[in-house]
Design a protein around this ligand. Structure first.
Ligand SMILES: Nc1ncnc2c1ncn2[C@@H]1O[C@H](COP(=O)(O)OP(=O)(O)O)[C@@H](O)[C@H]1O
Ligand SMILES: [Mg+2]
Length: 454
């Protein structure tokens, strides 16, 4: 599945791409944000081509000349593709896109069984990314809709949200998000995230619902599930291939009821099994890292941090086992201010959202957080074309966190405690914070241990 090589490599140095994609949480310099402009690089190559053309023309080397010309039109087509992608994403001129040019080989639909069709892409610089296209997708999650993320993948700016999330992590030097960049793959526009060799704490499984099936005959429940509107409850339909093909227009509620009665349609419910990885969440290092995850998810207004969207990677540092949490699937973030009435009492919509300031923050992380001013956050949001309500909400959360940390640093009453040493008592305190990612992971494991049956 190697793509055709055109023998011209002019976009960006693969070394640069690999550095971007490594996402190591290394020190972040603001210059990293100023991307290389692919147009400039292209111009450089074009000038060279023109020069060669002139030379060849004068030397009447027709064979060489036609080779150069075909390269020239190829460059033109590539530039158009890159520009089209940028306008779809609403990106400024100086934002770079990793193109197919950088791809060595790839594996499409690599995470089979999961929702999105993602590709594992091996780049020439030696790094591996997970590409997610923004086309052919609609935001049907009611939770995301309630927080102002609507429309198709481009309207909802899904790739922009993912890349902004990763850049925000870099800006704060937190280091829990695999580096994410805008990307083109197989003619599709989207983003590519550094591949993480890790597992979620529990694994997702779908089991057919056997009890209380009558409830699914009510009104439009089946249609809602078909359309994904009941997705937040974890339901999906499994339709027998012998049933009609609905690719040319959805089924009516009546058709779904008939299929249900004929046994051609099964309702399945998501459950979690595990633990998939054995982590002692009371260890100081994972407490600190999960607290960092909480800070970033709060600031970024993330609304879908379900257990499958944190991958844990086991690393050994001087003989000690460390579990690193890595945040994937960051599209549903940068929530706008929700309509309060819409969300009151809707734990089904908010169960994976991070809406409140963390109760405990690592002292070093807090220090670094205070170095990030409002202007840098605003500039970053604008750079990625985040809409105005979402930008304002982001700035408010930034202000809220700064305020609480400032109070804690100056000994005033604060909602936040700054932690220098993560110990057993900080672990117990974290477990009382229901929104904390550590509590959620811990509870997911407990629930999965009960068997996850109906
Ligand atoms: N950066 C990554 N590293 C490793 N695996 C990934 C990464 N991003 C996604 N995946 C795999 O692809 C699956 C689907 O990707 P995800 O972004 O979570 O899409 P969905 O919206 O379907 O949940 C994940 O559950 C995971 O198995
Ligand atoms: Mg996911």
């Amino acid at each position: 599945m190697r793509p055709v090589s055109h023998g011209v490599s002019f976009y960006i140095d693969p070394g640069v791409v690999s550095q971007w994609l490594k996402g190591s949480g290394s020190a972040f310099a603001s210059r990293d944000l100023i991307d290389i402009d692919p147009d400039q690089l292209e111009n450089r190559v074009n000038n060279q081509v023109t020069l060669n053309e002139a030379r060849n023309n004068s030397g009447f080397d027709a064979r060489k000349c036609s080779l150069v010309n075909s390269e020239h039109s190829y460059l033109g087509a590539r530039r158009k593709q890159i520009n089209d992608a940028k306008s779809k994403l609403g990106l400024p001129w100086n934002r770079n896109i990793v193109s197919d040019e950088q791809v060595d080989f790839f594996e499409d639909d690599f995470a089979k069984g999961n929702c999105a069709s993602v590709s594992k892409v091996y780049y020439r610089g030696g790094s591996t990314g997970v590409f997610k296209p923004s086309c052919n997708t609609r935001v049907v999650s009611m939770a995301a809709n309630a927080f102002g993320i609507n429309g198709d993948g481009f309207e909802a700016k899904l790739a922009n949200r993912s890349v902004l999330f990763s850049d925000l992590d870099q800006l704060l030097q937190i280091g829990v998000t695999p580096r994410t960049v805008y990307a083109l793959h197989g003619g599709k526009v989207g983003c590519s995230q550094a591949f993480v060799q890790g597992k979620p704490v529990v694994e997702e499984q779908y089991r057919s619902v056997k009890k209380g099936l009558e409830a699914f005959r009510d009104g439009n429940v089946l249609l809602d599930i078909f359309n994904g509107d009941e997705m937040y409850k974890g339901y999906r339909l499994k339709i027998d291939p012998r049933a009609n093909d609905f690719s040319q227009g959805g089924p009516t509620p009546m058709q779904l009821h008939m299929m249900f009665d004929e046994g051609l349609l099964t309702v399945e419910k998501e459950c979690f099994i595990g633990p998939a990885v054995e982590i002692d969440f009371s260890a100081p290092d994972i407490q600190k890292r999960m607290a960092d995850v909480h800070v970033l998810d709060f600031l970024a207004g993330s609304v879908d941090r379900n257990p499958t969207n944190i991958l844990y990677k086991k690393v050994e540092i001087s003989g000690e086992v460390i579990w690193q949490p890595w945040l994937i699937d960051n599209e549903y973030s940068f929530a706008s201010h929700p309509e309060k009435s819409e969300l009151l009492g809707r734990s089904d919509l908010t169960c994976y959202a991070t809406l409140r300031v963390p109760r405990q923050i690592d002292a070093d992380t807090a220090q670094r957080f205070m170095l990030t001013d409002r202007e840098s956050v605003l500039a970053l949001a604008r750079h990625h074309g985040l809409d105005e309500p979402a930008t304002q909400a982001l700035l408010q959360r930034h202000e809220m966190l700064r305020d609480q940390i400032e109070r804690a640093l100056t000994g005033k009453p604060s909602d936040v405690a700054l932690v220098k040493d993560w110990q057993l008592h900080t672990f117990h305190k974290t477990l009382m914070d229901r929104e904390s990612p550590l509590t959620r992971a811990f509870n997911n494991v407990l629930a999965a241990n009960l068997g996850g049956g109906e």
